[in-house]
Structure formats: C-alpha cells, structure tokens
Design a protein around this ligand. Sequence first.
Ligand SMILES: [Zn+2]
Length: 178
Amino acid sequence: MERVIDGPSVRTLAARAAGAGGVPKLSFTLEVTSERYFRLGATVKSAHNGGMDPISPLEQALHAARALVLADLVAGRVAEADVVSLVEESVVQRRWWVEQWPEGAQYVAGLVAQDVQDALLERYGRWPLCPVCGTGDPHALEVQPELGPDPHWVCSEAGVKVAALGSLGDALGGAAPS
Ligand SMILES: [Zn+2]
C-alpha cells in the first residue's frame, strides 16, 4: 500500500484530468455526436425519398435559414463552395442549438446569417457590404434583431433597413457592378 502514487502526483493527475476534461470537452462531444446523428438522419431521409414523414417545424426553420442566407450570398456573388460549407457548418450547430431550445426556431435564420458573417469576416472580409451609403468607408450591414424573428439587414451608419434576410438581391438590384 505504500507503493501507490504519492499524494502530490495524484493531485496533479486529478488537476490535469479536470483541466483537460470537464464541460468544454463534454459539450464538444455532444455536438459531434448530434452532428453525426443528423448527418446520418439526412442520409436515411433522402434514401426514403417519399416525403412520407412530415418535415418538422424545426427542420423547416433550418431549411428556410439555409435558403435565405444562401440567397443573400448569391446576391453578393460570394456563394463559392467553401462559403456554402460555412453555411452548412452553421446550420449543423444551430440545429443542435434549437434542439435544446425549440422556441428559438424563429431566430435561427438571423443567427445563421450572423454565424456566416462572422466566419466570412475571419476568412474573406466584410459581408454583406452596405449598398446604401455611396460615400465613406465600406462597411458591412448588420442583422437586426440579433436574436429575434423577421431578421433584416440594416445599415447602422445610415440607420436604415436595407432588406429582409434573403432579399438582399432586391436591394442590390441590377446596379451591382460585375
Ligand atoms: Zn451604410
């Protein structure tokens, strides 16, 4: 019994275990698990291919969010393959989120838009650029409300609603330079 690990070592190991494990790792595992589950589910669903199961309101909200954000990416001519994958990543994460909080379904579109905006800012730059202000530094539109239904693109500099999410193409009109 004297040959077991001495006290200080045990405490160090325990501290390491606590530091390395704990909540962050657990939530990461949960997220990965749900991602796998839903990817599997999507595969099974498309294999069935009959529309026999009604699409849940949650799935409808996620489909709508994806479609709206993709429409605005297309309008801004940034819907390249790797950008589309950013949308998919966000949808996967928000699917998990809204599973935990179904009342948030109507907020998902605005959140996906903001996720994609943040991801684009890191990798590409500001999106979507404000089409309203002709002068001054180029600036991005913001999603308002940040957490609410019926999200819009808003220019905070001019203080105007530019377009509903998904309708950015209308705001850009035919005036966008190619
Ligand atoms: Zn502006």
